[in-house]
Design a protein around this ligand. Structure first.
Ligand SMILES: [Fe+2]
Length: 315
C-alpha cells in the first residue's frame, strides 16, 4: 500500500486492533490436535533510515524470538523496505542495507521471504533503469536469496506456496499473477499430495474485507476496490483452489489492516503490519504487530495478530 498523507493517518490513529482469532480457544476446541510448526508472519516492515524504523524492527524480532513458545520459522511478508518502487539506487541500497543488517544480527530463527510491491526496484520510473541488471525483482531476489520470485517450500508436512503478486503495469502495478505463474500455481496444486495441507503466502491479499475501509471506497455510491490493493485475479485463483481441499489458508499483508475472510473452505488472513502506519502511529485499528500462525498435523491452523512493544523501540 502507499502511505496515506500524514494528517489523515494521524486522524486515524488511536485505538487498539483486534486479534483475528484466538489460538487458545481453537486449541481448547481440539485438545488432541498436534501442533507441528509455529510461524511468525512479519509483513510490511517498511524499514527505512527514518522514523526509528530499525529499532522498531529489532524490537519486533526480539519480542517474537523471546516468546516462551518461540516460532520455528519467520516469514517476512513483503514490503520489507519502505520503498524501492520509485527510488533511485542509492536510496534503495540504504534501505536494504538496514534490512539485511538487522536480519543478520538479530534474526536467529530460520526465515523465508515474500517480495512486496515496495521491494521491487524502479518500476515507478518506467524503463529508465530497465537495462540495469538489478531492475525490478532481481534486486530483492538477490538480497533475500531467492532464485525465483515465486516458489514452494515444505515444512513439517505442510507445503507453503509463495506467490509474487506484483504485476508490472506502466509505471504502476496490479495485484495479480501473470499467466506463467498462474499455470505454475495450478501445476503445484495438482502435484501436491491430496493429504498434504497447503498454506499460500502472498504480499497482496487474494481476498480480504479490510480493503473496503482503506480509503473512501464507497464515496461514489458503489464499493470500489482498486486492483492494486487486492488480487484482481482472485476469481480465477479461488476457482483454481476448488477441488483442492488441502488448500487450508492464505496469508497476506499490504493493506496494513487486520482481517479474516473464510470463503469456500479457505481462510484468508490479512496480517496487519510490523510498521503499523508506516512507523507514524497506528493505522486505523491496526497496531504494530505480526501474525502468529500455528500449523497442526491434522491440516488445521490458527492465526492470531499479536502486538509487540513499540515503546521499547521508541525509548
Ligand atoms: Fe504493499
Amino acid at each position: 500500500m502507499e502511505p496515506m498523507s500524514l494528517s489523515r493517518r494521524e486522524l486515524l490513529t488511536g485505538t487498539a486492533g483486534l486479534a483475528a482469532a484466538s489460538t487458545a480457544a481453537a486449541a481448547l476446541a481440539r485438545p488432541t490436535a498436534r501442533r507441528v510448526l509455529r510461524v511468525a508472519h512479519l509483513t510490511d516492515i517498511h524499514v527505512q533510515p527514518e522514523r526509528n524504523a530499525q529499532a522498531g524492527f529489532e524490537a519486533c524480532l526480539a519480542e517474537v524470538q523471546s516468546l516462551r513458545d518461540a516460532p520455528d520459522l519467520i516469514l517476512f511478508g513483503g514490503d520489507n523496505i519502505m520503498d524501492a518502487f520509485r527510488q533511485e539506487a542509492d536510496r534503495t541500497k540504504a534501505q536494504w542495507d538496514i534490512f539485511s543488517r538487522v536480519v543478520r544480527n538479530h534474526c536467529r530463527t530460520p526465515h523465508e521471504s515474500v517480495i512486496g510491491n515496495h521491494d521491487v526496484w524502479a518500476y515507478g520510473f518506467g524503463d529508465k533503469h530497465k537495462s540495469d541488471p538489478r531492475f525490478g525483482k532481481v534486486w530483492p531476489m538477490e538480497v533475500l536469496g531467492l532464485e525465483k520470485p515465486y516458489r514452494t517450500f515444505d515444512r513439517a508436512g505442510w507445503r507453503f506456496i509463495v506467490l509474487d503478486s506484483t504485476f508490472r503495469e506502466g509505471t504502476g502495478y496490479k495485484a495479480r499473477l501473470d499467466d506463467e505463474q498462474f499455470e505454475w500455481l495450478k501445476g503445484v496444486l495438482k502435484d501436491t499430495p491430496r493429504r498434504m495441507p497447503i498454506l499460500v503466502v502472498s504480499h497482496m491479499p487474494i481476498m480480504c474485507a479490510c480493503a473496503m475501509f482503506d480509503g473512501d471506497n464507497e464515496k461514489s455510491g458503489n464499493w470500489q476496490i482498486p486492483g492494486a490493493w487486492m488480487h484482481i485475479d482472485a476469481r480465477r485463483i479461488k476457482d483454481a483452489f476448488r477441488g483442492h481441499p488441502n488448500v487450508k489458508g492464505c496469508l497476506s499483508g499490504h493493506i496494513h489492516l487486520i482481517d479474516r475472510v473464510d470463503y469456500n473452505g479457505v481462510s484468508y488472513y490479512c496480517n496487519g503490519a510490523v510498521s503499523a502506519g508506516w512507523w507514524g502511529g497506528y493505522y486505523q485499528e491496526c497496531r504494530y504487530g505480526y501474525g502468529l500462525v500455528d500449523l497442526y498435523a491434522d491440516g488445521t491452523f490458527t492465526n492470531e495478530y499479536r502486538g509487540y512493544d513499540w515503546k521499547t523501540a521508541k525509548a
